[in-house]
Write a protein that binds this ligand. Structure first.
Ligand code: NAP
Length: 531
């Protein structure tokens, strides 16, 4: 008997150290750190269920209890070890923080998304460390609230891990406080022993093709923020009035957006999708979503689990077009290629409500139209062709917004760093750190941030222990006082809990997990801090 890791795996690897048989791979302390998912070796699993108890997103099942849609993961887990037999390793030591050798260390963390939360969790395992968390929004969790697709409610369960970190006695939350607007970078560096930036990658990359700025040509990230109820995107509108939408890029964001465009109202209503988006999507004319990939099926940027999940969307046909390319040799690539191949041979069903077209080997050349998007011109092998549509969504990745005071790459926004220590001309800038997408670029799933944050925290604690941190010239308490004088409505942890309670209560009335409060002023009212 064995346990099986399935689609929802967040890779934060909480399961690895608790496994008495050490049979979950790739282990996070190996080259597999950025693996898209983890696998259990069925030959070594001792059937104890320890992994199930600690999995924060409910991704692990006993083989006898696998839901129908996840059955294939039994083979996928086993196959991983057919190519990579379980390496017997010395049991890795459990992580314990470097003792900082002083009574009090004050750290500011900027951002309250997954990378920030994992950093807070590790920092507060070190006695004497006190952490203040700043986020410009009135709510925590960053991409878990505004990025994770609403139909992935289990993934959002990771917030229970983050709640433990953020609600701890040595943590103060300063939500609705913008660094760079309400408080400056210089005030933070003067007031804290160290500052960690975990501000992610909030900007969308651009294609640089003609017509990209026509109305109807939009960043998928903006659409994601809109349907997830981000306060800055609530007023956005999208042309859902034509039968076809085209998504450029085939990463997991593209698949998220495609699902949201084709899911029926009842399925969407059972999620925490924003009310305004639910209303618009109910009226949507979109019947076909084309996901355009410039490379072949085995090179898809989507993960295996997300690709497989497309195949069980209710009342949706999956159609495959274009050049699939070569079957890769690696485990992940070969699986993707095979799954796409299965979709290609699946008969379409007459009368299905909607369809997703996976189109490979096609490069976007131009978004065309006069007043608004009318078509996308693509290059398909040696041919040029046109896809009629009124909405082109580019899901080609993110880049980080520059942070004043931090040296960053002008193209990607990634801050130059070594193991999380911000560097300038190759030398560490004392007391300044980064973690998450601003540190390593927009790659990986939520759990990838766990080890990323641990590396940064280790660097910080080692610097503290070695006396390499600058001495603050001001007290953090002065920041709260100044914010009060400026009239900034600070939402602390208890304020967020009030918002959370209000959203859940509203949700229970209409049989939904929550009804998100979207308007910023309404969020502050719900938090009890309206001016
Ligand atoms: P991504 O995984 O980097 O995918 C970007 C896609 O855009 C790729 O297909 C890429 O093609 C394509 N692309 C880039 N430049 C292009 C161009 N000029 N023309 C045409 N296509 C272009 O980015 P993402 O989807 O935004 O995801 C970001 C990260 O978040 C990923 O690590 C992803 O796994 C993660 N995420 C995970 C989930 C989940 O686990 N469910 C959900 C959402 C996001 P090439 O491959 O050919 O470069």
């Amino acid at each position: 008997m064995t346990f099986v890791i399935t689609q929802n795996c967040c890779t934060d690897a909480s399961c690895v150290p608790v496994c008495p048989a050490d049979c979950i791979r790739p282990a996070p302390d190996t080259a597999g750190t950025a693996a898209p998912m983890l696998y259990i070796d069925p030959a070594s699993c001792v059937d104890c269920g320890a992994c199930v108890a600690v999995c924060p997103v409910g991704a692990i099942y006993h083989e006898d209890d696998l839901p129908e849609s996840q059955l294939r993961f039994k083979t996928i887990n086993a196959d991983y070890f057919a190519g990579t037999p379980l390496d017997i390793r010395a049991t890795p030591a459990r992580w314990s923080p470097t003792p900082v050798g002083r009574d009090a260390l004050r750290v500011a963390v900027v951002g309250a998304g997954p990378a920030a939360c994992y950093a807070v969790a590790d920092l507060t395992r070190s006695p004497g460390v006190r952490v203040d968390v700043f986020d410009r929004l009135p709510t925590p969790y960053g991409l878990v609230r505004f990025g994770v697709a609403p139909d992935h409610q289990h993934t959002k369960d990771i917030t229970s891990v983050f709640d433990t970190a953020l609600s701890g006695p040595s943590v103060q939350c300063y939500f609705n406080v913008g660094v760079g607007t309400d408080v400056t970078h210089e005030q933070l560096t003067a007031s804290y022993d160290a500052v960690i930036y975990a501000t992610g990658a909030t900007r969308s990359r651009e294609l640089g093709i003609p017509g990209e700025r026509l109305p109807g040509s939009v960043a998928a990230a903006d659409f994601v923020n809109w349907y997830n109820g981000h306060p800055d995107h609530a007023e956005a509108t999208f042309p859902l009035d034509s039968e076809r939408a085209v998504i450029i890029g085939n990463g997991n964001v593209a698949l998220d957006v495609a699902r949201i465009l084709v899911l029926d109202e009842a399925t969407l209503r059972a999620t925490d999708i924003a009310e305004h988006a639910l209303n618009e999507l109910r009226r949507s004319a979109v019947r076909e979503v084309v996901i355009l990939a410039r490379r072949g099926a085995g090179a898809g940027a989507f993960s295996v689990g997300e690709l497989m999940a497309l195949g069980s969307l209710p009342d949706v046909d999956i159609v495959v077009e274009g050049a699939l390319g070569e079957r890769p040799d690696d485990h992940e690539g070969a699986l993707k290629f095979d799954i796409v191949g299965e979709y290609a041979t699946r008969p379409t069903v007459a009368g299905r409500r909607r369809r997703i077209v996976l189109r490979f080997g096609a490069r976007p050349l131009q978004v065309s139209g006069t007043e608004r998007v009318e078509a996308l011109v693509i290059e398909d092998g040696d041919e040029t062709s046109t896809i009629e549509t009124s909405m082109v969504l580019r899901a080609i990745g993110y880049r980080s917004a520059p942070v004043p005071g931090l040296p960053s790459d002008p193209d990607t926004g990634v801050v130059s760093n070594h193991a999380g220590r911000v560097t300038s001309d190759g030398a560490p800038v004392p007391g300044l750190y980064v973690t998450g997408w601003i540190k390593r670029g927009p790659r990986g799933v939520i759990g990838t941030n766990r080890l990323c944050a641990r590396e940064t925290v280790e660097s910080l604690l080692a610097d503290a222990a070695a006396g390499r941190l600058p001495t603050p010239t001001a007290q953090p308490e002065a920041i709260r006082a100044r914010l009060g004088e400026q009239g900034v409505s600070v939402v602390d942890w208890s304020g967020w809990r009030l918002i959370d309670d209000a959203e859940r209560a509203q949700g229970s009335v209409v049989d939904r997990p929550r009804v998100k409060v979207v308007d910023r002023a309404a969020l502050l009212t719900a938090a009890g801090v309206a001016g």
